[in-house]
Ligand binder design. Structure first.
Ligand code: H2U
Ligand code: ZN
Length: 353
């Protein structure tokens, strides 16, 4: 191509964009945002849940499905998942038949983190003072689980809302710590290493953040040491990437001030999300950070992905199907338009107005 096309040139036509973190392309089809929808509609959350639900497995003092009883906790509460997908005592084994039938044991630990004793709250509805201890729990759990010799990676995440398969409205997240590095962080690690190799040791996300801050086209909010933006290569309509400005490899490297900023940014961002369609906004979110496999991994730059499924209202979601399962992920709304919509929203929660 003779000249460098501008963003407007790009957005004037269907095009593909490269995701350097996953090493893959995504399809953007800006001309298609007015397409009609006669498919599935999501149910919206009905009445606001009660502050305490006697039938909730996660509320303080209640008995869980596995028979254990929660303490009368007043801030956060972490416990071993009663129905864990991974088991710590899994014996080591490998099974291999040629290069095609390959398996091995995967020991691990699954934890559940209750963010608040209040059944009716969400991150967006929690004060910064209430959310800061959640950040501390994430840091402490990542450190403790990551220190175990059998654990190579600690994946912290939250599935929020029925649309994302969350089993309970009580504010909670999960932690899965595994003996090997899961697919997504492994993929990102290879991308971070290969970028550093090709750019005299530079960090992909440090360089990317500098570019985004200079262009300001996709930034949603800045909160001191943290930035939230809609990535140039995002796939979900209102996907965001939260990046610390400092090159820190993991949660435990964050300073106390950075933890404050993260708590504040999360409250602000999720409030905007809820205000977008005036509904408790569903999403899967989670941190990606340095593996705890014993290597230094200075190439790592901690970050947090938000993948929300909603597309155009509280009831119409995006599906990753068809061409996206078989070919390339695709979006209609441009990342720039998504960022601009998120930027215009109030940080006063619609339920407080
Ligand atoms: P999700 O809402 O993201 O599914 O997380 C809830 C987790 O809580 C889920 O993994 C666990 C489930 O196994 N759980 C318990 O450990 N004990 C219970 O009594 C209910 C749910
Ligand atoms: Zn509850």
């Amino acid at each position: 191509m003779a000249t460098l096309p501008t963003l407007a040139d790009l957005n004037a036509h269907p095009h593909v964009r490269f995701n350097p973190l996953r090493g893959e392309w995504i399809q953007v089809s800006p001309h298609r945002t007015a397409r009609p929808w006669q498919g599935q509609v999501e149910r919206t959350a009905g009445d606001e849940p009660p502050r305490y639900d006697p039938t909730c497995y996660l509320c303080p003092g209640n008995e869980r499905a596995g028979g254990n009883r929660n303490p009368a906790y007043t801030s956060t509460f972490v416990f071993d998942n009663d129905f864990p997908a991974l088991l710590p005592a899994t014996p080591a084994f490998e099974s291999r038949d040629g290069d095609l039938l390959i398996g091995r044991a995967e020991p691990g630990i699954c934890r559940v983190v209750c963010f608040s004793p209040r059944h009716d709250l969400t991150i967006a509805r929690m004060s910064v003072a209430e959310l800061r201890p959640v950040v501390d729990v994430w840091v402490d759990e990542a450190r403790a689980l990551g220190a175990r010799p059998e654990i190579a990676y600690v994946q912290i995440f939250e599935n929020r809302g029925a649309a994302m398969g969350a089993s309970n409205p009580h504010p909670h997240g999960q932690i899965w710590a595994t003996a090997s590095v899961p697919n997504e962080p492994l993929r990102e690690q290879r991308a971070l290493e290969s970028y550093a190799g090709a750019h005299q040791g530079a960090c992909l996300l440090c360089d990317y953040l500098a570019l985004e801050r200079s262009r300001a086209e996709r930034i949603v909010i800045e909160e001191g040491s943290f930035v939230a933006l809609v990535p140039f290569w995002g796939v979900w309509p209102f996907e965001t990437l939260v990046i610390p400005r400092r090159h820190v490899a993991d949660l435990e490297s964050l300073s106390s001030g950075e933890r404050d900023d993260l708590a504040r940014l999360l409250t602000r961002l999720t409030t905007r999300y809820d205000n977008l369609f005036e509904t408790p906004f569903p999403y899967s979110m989670g941190f990606h950070q340095r593996p705890s496999d014993g290597a230094a991994h200075d190439e790592w730059h901690l970050h947090l992905h938000f993948f929300p499924p909603l597309l155009r209202s509280a009831t119409v979601r995006k599906f990753m199907v068809g061409f996206e399962m078989l070919g390339t992920p695709q979006r209609d709304l441009t990342p720039e338009d998504a960022a601009s919509r998120l930027r215009t929203l109030s940080e006063v929660h619609y339920r407080d107005r």
